[in-house]
Design a protein around this ligand. Structure first.
Ligand code: CTP
Length: 451
């Protein structure tokens, strides 16, 4: 018996897939089809797969061509499968020509002709209305957002507005297809959604205007510095049938999400303490980050990140929050925050003028999670126990600027009319905004004085 194996994603199963499976089957007597699982696709940068792995397996099964279907989970699995199932021929479409020659050591490799004119990518694009995004604020983050958006299907950055037009013109000059607008209102006429990447204090009015004009909004973190403003924006968005989402990249990062579900599944027992730190030492004191008029300071600039694991793991109902800050010209160049819950205590350290270790430690009754700096863009963490034999290391890939996952979730919420994402619930964004507000009002605030 000649055994043939082939692999694919098989999203939105189409004629090209069926032809390929038929050709592969014709090479032997028994066909094994490997279907990639969802996480493996994510790792490979396929962010836009429509059908989940079970649907894709069912679609392959329905062709009646596969004698056996397996799930492809990890890099290197092909060699394991070929040996495990005693495979004679590995077959794949000609778009992969040469890429699998290394398998010749284990079986015969055959590249089969690909069907022209059809692909899952084409189908996804034809079934989907492209969301046109306008960016407001042509700063550093906007510059990163544009290339990151190209990894996500169904979205196109087409417009930019910045009160300082030279910044917008410069960004557009480096990115084809982006039109610069002289007014925010004009830009809103032309787009479906807005990415609010302007200085903190402008988030609320700009997002509000966009929502009132029926546009979806992705708002850079911190979304607002006031709990009522955040509440109002979310309520307005739902009334206007548009999505409002806070752009906290860490919340969408695969490693962070996995860390949260592992801990919520009890792997380190009950969480009793969380310590999270983040510092970005800036020497140029003329920057926006040090300007009181532009809501400068460590808390506004950095707190959204350490607050994320705290609020995701322990919830929004803390019983007390206190701040200890070192101030310089009216802004906190360092803040230590302590948050109390009924069953846990958390602390975070933030610095623009003080350097701290930037790691995250989550302590539980059975063990602890250790995420080394920079934990907010992590590709690695460990779960550690008293019995070190139980320790486990988890590795992931951090994708360049790391914004593609939040963009993908934003687009997915738009398509699926989901007003709140489980990755960062509306109430969680509101809780963070309330803490910013408490800080602004200097409630439970103690200043650390200079030497
Ligand atoms: N295939 C083919 N002809 C096509 C499309 C795919 O022969 N028109 C083959 C691929 O070469 C591969 C298998 O089908 O051997 C599964 O490919 P997959 O990546 O799932 O399909 P694509 O349509 O190429 O998906 P995408 O557009 O997401 O890359």
């Amino acid at each position: 018996m000649t055994k043939v194996i082939t692999y694919g994603t098989y999203d939105l199963l189409h004629q090209g897939h069926i032809n390929l499976l038929r050709r592969a089957k014709a090479l032997g007597d028994y066909l094994i089809v490997g279907v990639t699982n969802d996480n493996f696709d994510l790792e490979r940068g396929k962010l836009n797969v429509r059908n989940n792995v079970l649907e894709r397996v069912e679609a392959v099964r329905a062709t009646g061509l596969a004698d056996m279907i397996i799930i492809e989970d990890y890099v290197g699995q092909k060699i394991d499968d070929i040996q495990k199932y005693d495979v004679d021929i590995f077959a794949i479409g000609s778009d992969w020509e040469g890429k699998f020659d290394y398998l010749n050591e284990f079986c015969k490799v055959v590249y089969l002709p690909r069907t022209e004119g059809i692909s899952s990518t084409m189908l996804r694009e034809s079934q989907q209305k492209i969301v046109h995004i306008g960016i407001v604020g042509a700063g550093r983050i906007a510059k990163r957002f544009i290339p990151e958006s190209t990894y996500v299907n169904g979205v196109k950055v087409t417009a930019i507005y910045d009160p300082c037009s030279t910044h917008a013109i410069e960004l557009a000059a480096h990115n084809k297809g982006i039109q610069v607008y002289g007014s925010y209102s004009d830009m809103l006429n032309e787009v479906d959604a807005v990415y609010v990447a302007s200085p903190h204090l402008s988030h609320y009015p700009l997002a509000k205007e966009a929502i009132s004009r029926g546009k979806h909004v992705l708002i850079e973190t911190p979304m607002t510095l006031d709990g009522n403003e955040a509440t109002e924006l979310f309520a307005m968005a739902e009334q206007n049938h548009v999505i409002a989402m806070e752009a906290n990249k860490t919340a969408h990062c695969p490693a962070f999400r996995h860390l949260i579900v592992l801990i919520k599944s009890g792997l380190i027992g009950d969480v009793v303490d969380i310590e999270a730190s983040l510092s970005k030492l800036l020497s140029d004191k003329t920057l926006r980050e040090f300007d009181t008029q532009q809501a400068g300071g460590s808390m506004y600039e950095l707190a959204s990140y350490p607050l994320l694991p705290i609020i995701k793991l322990l919830g929004c109902n803390y019983t007390d929050a206190r701040f200890y800050s070192k101030m310089e010209n009216g802004v906190d160049v360092f803040t230590r925050g302590i948050m109390l819950y009924d069953n846990a205590v958390c602390s975070f350290k933030l610095g623009l003028g003080v350097k701290t270790e930037g790691n995250l430690v989550i302590s539980g009754t059975k063990g602890y999670a250790y995420v080394p700096a920079p934990w907010w863009k992590t590709d690695y963490f460990e779960l550690r126990y008293e019995d070190q034999n139980l320790n486990k290391k988890y590795f992931y890939k951090w994708d360049e600027a790391g914004l593609r996952h939040e963009i993908q979730e934003f687009i997915s919420c738009i398509y699926n009319h989901r007003y709140s994402t489980s990755r960062l619930r509306r109430k969680e964004s509101i809780a963070m905004a309330r803490l910013m507000e408490q800080f602004a009002h200097r409630i439970n605030f103690i200043e650390i004085h200079n030497h």
